[in-house]
Ligand binder design. Structure first.
Ligand code: NAP
Length: 484
């Protein structure tokens, strides 16, 4: 079982107090690297969520001013920086990603709090220079109210930071539900908040357990005008349907199917290095991981060779081992999905360039999936149509720029895309025609706290990060004032 000074309470948190499930029920959190149990945490449901919403509603009356909110944000950022090694250790144990990568995620999370602190004055009221209708006009940014924040397991601290930072900047109390695979990092964050900050009781609340009960209570409650969710498109659509009658505001960060396009004039070594860094982060389980690789026919073989040589030097293993480059997949379902995509591609004629044959891969032997490269991939294969969410690199050839654009856009998703070319004119044209919220040019980098990030099409609604992300938790109120 896990031990940590940040996990003194294996509990939820409501109204400023650590609490267990009403029923006393718990569920197990497992280490995907060895299948051992790390902890038991409370299995909460509807009743606890309703109490958390009521506590948050009480905190809404506090109306903290911007300076107070700024201090909260700075204190959380500092706490995460101070404790990034321990937060990273907990994250590594429950998620599986290498400890250093997990520590980096804690620092990345801190960046969202400090960036919101730095830019919080953007939420100050502002007056119009003009005087239409013979009035003075002022726009105020009012907190939208109690916000439900639901996060996935692939960035246990990064994803909550993107939501909690702008919510606190706006003065919105929150009810948080972490993914059931990774609640421990969230408990660690709550420990830091509990020990280091003096937040009003009910400002931050943590419930974990039944997704349908907790999600249902957040959707049903008229006291929760805002839901921010990161996860699958399927659940995102569910939330749209379940909140429609209340016209709730939704911020949705959903699935991706990122194209990574390598033109014949690209620096192939740089493209291969960027692909490795992008694709195998979190074992390929990130929404911005390249899912489909398009290489121009003139360089496709050379590019595959470069990727394969890099893949062969990667170490796969327990994230606690400092030699590990890539950890296990999160669970058996995730492992089987990657194996099924690999099998389907090989059955349809793709060639295995690196990795193991699917018949030699079994989740019962452990969740470590080798980095795998396949060539000769076509759009008939499931790995180009669905998000694989694992370390599979499928390479498709293309011949013309228009075809690269057409192939890139051949998806209902629109989150991230990558373009590698030295030709600026071509880059401008291709990027302008790709319907993705984030397009890296000669880089495989994902989002950063300083810039807005979010999806087009089925990848979501709204933006996180940047000044745009600050405005997700406020509503503009316009006040025209007559001279009389
Ligand atoms: P998921 O199954 O949709 O779960 C995400 C969160 O929603 C978890 O906390 C889950 O709880 C909860 N949930 C499940 N059913 C719910 C319901 N009916 N009502 C309310 N909440 C519910 O997704 P995942 O497998 O954790 O994450 C992988 C997906 O997230 C991928 O598609 C990935 O692309 C996407 N993602 C997108 C972004 C982005 O920024 N766009 C970032 C990261 C991940 P339980 O854990 O208890 O089931």
């Amino acid at each position: 079982m896990i031990e940590s000074p940040l996990l003194k309470h294996m509990s939820g948190y409501i109204g400023g107090k650590w609490v267990d499930a009403d029923s006393g029920d718990t569920f197990a959190v497992m280490n995907p690297a060895n299948g051992k149990e790390l902890a038991q945490v409370p299995r909460m449901g509807e009743a606890e969520t309703r109490r958390a919403i009521a506590a948050a509603k009480g905190a809404l009356q506090m109306r903290p001013d911007r300076e107070v909110c700024r201090e909260w944000l700075e204190d959380i950022a500092q706490a995460l920086i101070d404790e990034k090694t321990e937060v990273g250790r907990i994250l590594c144990l429950e998620h599986g990603k290498p400890w250093k990568e997990a520590e980096g995620e804690a620092a990345y999370a801190a960046g969202f709090f400090s960036n919101c602190a730095k830019n919080i004055d953007a939420l100050a009221p502002h007056k119009l220079d003009e005087r239409p209708r013979d009035c003075k006009w002022t726009t105020h940014y009012r907190p939208i109210g109690v916000s439900g924040l639901i996060t996935p397991w692939n960035f246990p601290i990064g994803m909550i930071a993107k939501k909690l930072a702008p919510a606190l900047a706006a003065g919105c109390p929150v009810v948080i539900k972490p993914a059931s695979e990774t609640p421990l990092t969230m408990i660690a964050l709550f420990t830091l908040i509990h020990e280091r900050l003096e937040l009003p009781e009910g400002m931050v609340n943590l419930v974990m357990g039944s997704a349908s009960e907790i999600g249902g209570a957040l959707c049903d409650s008229p006291d929760v005008p805002m839901l921010s969710f990161t996860g699958s498109t399927e659940v995102g659509i569910n939330l749209i349907e379940n909140t429609a009658s209340q016209v709730k505001k939704l911020a949705l960060e959903l699935g991706g199917n990122a194209p990574f396009i390598v033109f014949e004039d690209a620096d192939l070594d740089a493209a291969a290095d960027n692909l490795i860094a992008n694709k195998f982060r979190g074992s390929g389980q990130t929404c911005v991981c390249a899912n489909r690789i398009y290489a121009h026919a003139d360089v496709a073989d050379a590019f595959v060779e470069k990727v394969v040589s890099r893949v062969k030097s990667m170490n796969v293993g327990d994230g606690m081992d400092e030699k590990t480059d890539m950890g296990p997949l999160i669970n058996k379902a995730g492992f089987n999905k990657v194996r099924d995509h690999l099998k389907d591609a090989l059955d349809h004629g793709a060639q295995l360039e690196a990795g193991k044959h699917p018949d030699d891969l079994d989740a019962e032997d452990g969740l470590f999936f080798p980095p795998t490269v396949i060539s000769g991939v076509t759009h008939e294969m499931a790995c180009t149509r669905e998000e694989t969410f694992g370390p599979l690199v499928p390479v498709v050839r293309f011949d013309r720029d228009e075809q690269a654009i057409e192939f890139g856009n051949k998806t209902e998703f629109g989150l991230a895309a990558y373009v590698f070319t030295k030709n600026k004119e071509r880059a401008r044209e291709v990027i302008a025609n790709l319907r993705f919220g984030h397009v890296g040019l000669n880089t495989g980098t994902g989002p950063t706290p300083e810039a807005p990030f979010g999806g087009m099409k089925l990848s979501g609604i709204g933006r996180e990060g940047g000044t745009e992300g600050l405005f997700e938790y406020v509503e503009a109120q316009t006040v025209p004032r007559s001279k009389n």
